[in-house]
Ligand binder design. Structure first.
Ligand code: 0X9
Ligand code: ZN
Length: 455
């Protein structure tokens, strides 16, 4: 056997060494670097690949669209629109793919809620404990959110407590047959026809013998806005329980006939408690109708939809829904002077119009009254609610506010309660009482100067 020449032996040795080195280098290169060795500040925000994402996750984000077109495109990415401010922010609920789409388009956003469904689940857990402890201990009723049954029982209790001041009425029934319960609160002062003799800058209201000022307040037109049911119930509670000891409350109750409908959409509210915390509409045919698009002024116009699946679906005709029809009948029969429709969220005071950016013919007067509301609210806890006309926020047609003002001559306002952003509709329960302070201040501030001359 011939022996290998020394040059060839050297060559094969060098080749072997080079190959070995290459293999070692490749292995070292491919080995994952543990994050603690090489921390990457952006790593936790890197989008996951589609296979890693939980498509059922929901994230609430705030974006600032740069054009109307971008606004529409971003809204189209969303499972839900929580809140809107024309020209500025838009709060959307996205799935992880939606968040990835924002990133890949270079859209800036802030995260409001990283786990929308988890937040609702935590609330549900907390409330399970509360339900087990029913009925709520005295004095703690407003320390927690209450379901429909508990609210209705509480309204009955309030009416029984002071029958000379309070009357409980059913003004109609929801689609699923639940009563629409209203408290009528009214003291002795105006019962004998002694109206309020009071001068204001622009209107003189209530010469003796004139009918008392009449005001209507509602909450819960949108099912998921739980703070509005609590605040309206709480306003009634404060006025009734404070009547004997607080002269300001007493004067208000004596001078104003106040009607309070805390749960304007009971079927939706029950659904929001039992099945879907973020449900907004009533329960028509499973898809629901947005009651605040179902009123008969500018019905079908901008900011409403003809598609049943839409969260702003207007229904098949004005007042197609028994809940909005019941409110219409009440308002036509009672001829109120002032109306506040409580919603959440955003911390805003809105005045007509909702469907058009044109000024209403009572613009100055309504704006002044709304400024009074803003000031009264701020005097409670220093929270400054933003004042704007409905349509300047975004157009919405077929709303209760527009119908009440435009057809009934009622000075009508929408108040979007707490929070400003935060966790949106799921507001911590320790916020109920301070938000109620703001709601009560708002209600008392619009008495009585804001009534319109034709109201
Ligand atoms: O869109 C609505 O019906 C109301 N806002 S909410 O977020 N609670 O749903 C506001 C209606 C007031 N009108 C306008 N913003 N145009
Ligand atoms: Zn609302």
């Amino acid at each position: 056997m011939a022996s290998t020449p020394p040059v060839a032996r050297w060559l094969s040795l060098v080749t072997l060494l080079v190959t070995l080195l290459l293999v070692v280098a490749l292995v070292a290169y491919e080995r994952p670097v543990p994050p603690e060795v090489c921390p990457d500040p952006d790593r936790q925000f890197e989008p996951q690949s589609d296979s890693q994402q939980d498509a059922s996750a929901r994230i609430a984000v705030r974006v600032w669209p740069r054009s109307e077109q971008e606004r529409a495109e971003l809204a189209a990415l969303a499972h839900d629109v929580w809140s809107e401010h024309a020209g500025t922010e838009l709060d959307l609920v996205l799935d992880p793919a939606g968040v990835t789409a924002l990133r890949s388009r270079g859209i800036e956003f802030t995260e409001l809620v990283s786990d929308v469904l988890g937040v609702a689940e935590q609330e549900r857990e907390r409330l399970r404990g509360v339900e087990a402890a029913r009925p709520p201990p005295p004095g703690e009723w407003f320390s927690e959110y209450r379901d429909l049954e508990t609210i209705h029982a509480y309204l009955e209790q309030l009416a029984r407590l002071r029958p000379e001041l309070v009357e409980l009425r059913t003004i109609g029934y929801s689609l699923e047959g639940r009563p629409l319960q209203v408290l009528r609160i009214h003291g002795n002062g105006s019962r004998n026809g002694n109206g309020v003799a009071r001068g204001t800058d622009s209107v003189t209201i209530g010469a003796p013998g004139e009918r008392p000022r009449r005001m209507f307040v509602d909450g819960g037109l949108h099912a998921r806005e739980w703070i509005s049911m609590m605040v309206t119930t709480c306003v009634a509670d404060r006025l009734i329980r404070g009547y004997d000891d607080d002269p300001a409350l007493r004067r208000f109750v004596d001078e104003v006939e106040l009607w309070v409908l805390p749960v304007a959409n009971p079927d939706g509210y029950v659904h929001s408690w039992r099945r879907d915390r973020y449900w907004r509409k009533n329960r028509r045919a499973g898809h629901g109708v947005d009651l605040n698009r179902n009123f008969g002024l500018a019905w079908g116009g901008d900011g409403s939809s003809g598609k049943p699946a839409s969260s702003i679906y207007r229904g098949t005709a004005p007042f197609s829904e028994p809940e909005s029809a019941a409110i219409r009948s009440l308002m036509e029969a009672e001829r109120f002077d002032v109306h506040i429709d409580f919603h959440s969220y955003g911390q805003l005071v809105l005045h007509p119009w909702s469907h058009t950016r044109k000024r209403s013919s009572d613009h100055q007067r309504l704006r002044q009254a709304a400024e009074g509301i803003v000031t009264a609210i701020a005097s409670e806890h220093g929270e400054r609610y933003r004042l704007i006309s409905g349509a300047s926020l975004y157009p919405a047609s077929g709303t209760l506010m527009d119908w009440a003002y435009g057809t009934q001559g009622v000075a009508s306002f929408v108040i979007e309660l707490r929070p400003r952003g935060g966790t949106g509709f799921v507001l911590p329960p320790d916020q109920i009482v301070p938000t109620c302070d703001e709601g009560l201040a708002a209600v008392m501030s619009v008495h009585p100067a804001s009534a319109l001359p034709h109201g």
